[in-house]
Every structure is written in structure tokens, then in C-alpha cells.
Write a protein of this length. Structure first.
Length: 215
């Protein structure tokens, strides 16, 4: 038995179980992937309707929330503060449309290039490859997934990771590699141009003005 500050006898097992339950709930909430949510299919349909300009009975705040969730989920469970930082940095770019600015902001991240080049099957795997120090940028080791790439940069997968079955299977995937990436050598990627909204797909339509309205 354990004694609390109020000198009441409390079963230690009850205290620990309640703590563990609370920790599990917080853990699940923090790392919850919206794609696996029970409402995911409804949200996906709603996002498609919004992207196509169809009228819905959902509030603008709810629509903006769905956009944020979809974007954060697609780019590997991104945190809200990181999302805001990337969008603010994106809209400062010149000589680009709003759609291309936002696309540039997300698609020039190191983790995004690894995913788009098919070296990684998911953004989560791309971040893992980077954190495990398997990636070189211009022959220098980089272990920051949000490292900003520019035209002319060369990304190399170290030889020690090239036999990884997950990577080899990913390279066989039918996903289309965007034209702004040169992947003649599948383990050495060159960024030959800036990404545009027309060159990438997300699996859902994005209302770009709404995305930045509350930033």
C-alpha cells in the first residue's frame, strides 16, 4: 500500500495503472495518424469536395483544420509549429504563384526529396534514414530532416544503407518521380529545378488560400 500526502491509504497498483493509462492516452493522442482515424474517409471526401469548389455545410474553421491535419499527416506527422514555420518561409519567395510557393516550402525539405525519389517508401522512413546518418548532401553528412535543399544540390545514400530491403522494394514502386529530380543513379539524386504544384500529388486537393489564412 502507498500513503499519499493526505495520509490516505491507496493501492499502489491502482496509482500505477492510472498513471500508465494516462501516459498511453497521451502517447496515442500525440502520435495519432489522421489517416487511420475512423473519420478519415469522411474527411477525405470532404477535402475532395472543398478542393473541387463544391459547397459544404462545414464551417470554414473545420475546413482549415482538415487542411492542417491532412498536410501534417502527409508529410510525416509534422508538428503544428513546424507547419507554420514552413508556410511563413514559403510565402516570402518571389516570382512564384501561391501554390508554387507552398509546394516549394514542403517539397524542398530533405525528407520530401527522399520520398519523391523513391529512396524511402514513406516520410517516416525518410526521417529515420536521415536521423540514422545515412544521407549526404553535397558530400556532407546531414541528419536534419527539415534541411532546406536548393537547385544544384546532390543527395547521396551511403553504401551501408543501399542493401536495405525496404529501400530496394521502394525503388521498384510505380510512383512517378517528379521531373525536378534527376535520379539516373537511384542512390544519387540531383535537384535540377524548383518543385511546382503541378509536378507533385498529395492524394487530396489543397485549398492554398485557406491554408495560409490563419497563419
Amino acid at each position: 500500500m502507498a500513503i499519499t500526502k493526505n495520509h490516505k491509504k491507496v493501492d499502489k497498483f491502482d496509482v500505477l495503472s492510472k498513471t500508465n493509462i494516462k501516459q498511453k492516452v497521451n502517447f496515442k493522442y500525440h502520435f495519432k495518424n489522421p489517416v487511420n482515424d475512423k473519420k478519415a474517409e469522411t474527411n477525405k471526401i470532404l477535402l475532395a469536395q472543398i478542393g473541387n469548389g463544391e459547397e459544404t455545410k462545414v464551417s470554414e474553421r473545420k475546413i482549415a483544420h482538415l487542411h492542417n491535419r491532412a498536410i501534417k499527416c502527409f508529410y510525416g506527422s509534422m508538428r503544428q509549429n513546424k507547419l507554420i514555420k514552413i508556410i511563413k518561409e514559403s510565402i516570402k519567395q518571389h516570382n512564384m504563384s501561391l501554390e508554387d510557393k507552398i509546394t516549394w516550402g514542403f517539397e524542398t525539405l530533405l525528407s520530401s526529396v527522399l520520398y519523391r525519389s523513391k529512396i524511402s517508401p514513406t516520410y517516416h522512413h525518410a526521417k529515420q534514414q536521415i536521423s540514422h546518418k545515412h544521407i549526404l548532401v553535397n558530400n556532407k553528412l546531414v541528419n536534419i530532416w527539415s534541411y532546406r535543399l536548393k537547385v544544384g544540390d546532390e543527395i547521396t545514400l551511403l553504401p551501408k544503407a543501399r542493401d536495405n530491403k525496404i529501400i530496394l522494394d521502394s525503388l521498384k514502386n510505380n510512383r512517378k518521380i517528379p521531373e525536378y529530380l534527376d535520379c539516373a543513379n537511384p542512390f544519387v539524386i540531383k535537384m535540377i529545378n524548383n518543385p511546382t504544384a503541378a509536378s507533385v500529388t498529395h492524394g487530396f486537393n489543397i485549398n492554398y488560400p485557406l491554408l495560409i489564412r490563419n497563419i
